[in-house]
Design a binder for this molecule. Sequence first.
Ligand SMILES: [Zn+2]
Length: 232
Amino acid sequence: MISDKERKLREDICHVAKMMYAREFIGGPAGNISARLDEDRFLLTPSKPFKQLLRPEQLIIIDSTGKKVGPHTDANMDLTPTSEVPMHLAAYNTRPDVGAVLHGHLSYCVAMTAAGKTIRPHVLTEGMLFLGDIGVADYATPTTQELGDNVAKVVVDHDCVILPYHGVIVASTDLWAALAKMEVLEQTAQINCLVNQMGGEKPMPREHIAGMLALREKMGMNLPSDANLLEN
Ligand SMILES: [Zn+2]
């Protein structure tokens, strides 16, 4: 018998997977999703099935060391956790406030960093409101503990972390907050691409940026870091 909380999280992960697929954030074998069940247990997408077709009973539970724990159902007994477990645990093990982690291969985010460009949240009001500073992890081969270690160094004070030549990881309080952040992140990267193609950014005046930060404070939205917003 599973709890109402677990049942809802299983359903929400499947809904979020469909929405990430619709936005082309995931596809084929790419991308994975997790949510915190309690202090030491995390629901996670398995590695093989297409994420947009997942059924709630196929999701897997791991502990904070990455070990698969129950329940083993007919639907998930032959499935293994996503190979990007270290990346997800990096967020949960460094941030007790994190309730969900999304990983996707977002085209504009990857394009910007592959071109050696910085994604600036300053080009979009929602970017400043929802993203704060955007972190960039050092490159490491996907699925490795090294990638998990590199993510841990950055996700500790960033909700959004770019994985160069690969994708992004977004950590937030819950699945829907993380998805909202991921959507704003990709739109911000897309606008950055357009701005660069048009000859570069005409920076927003500093007082307007300060106004966005004041609005965010008024809305009670806390972000782990926005130190760079006013410095640039
Ligand atoms: Zn990936």
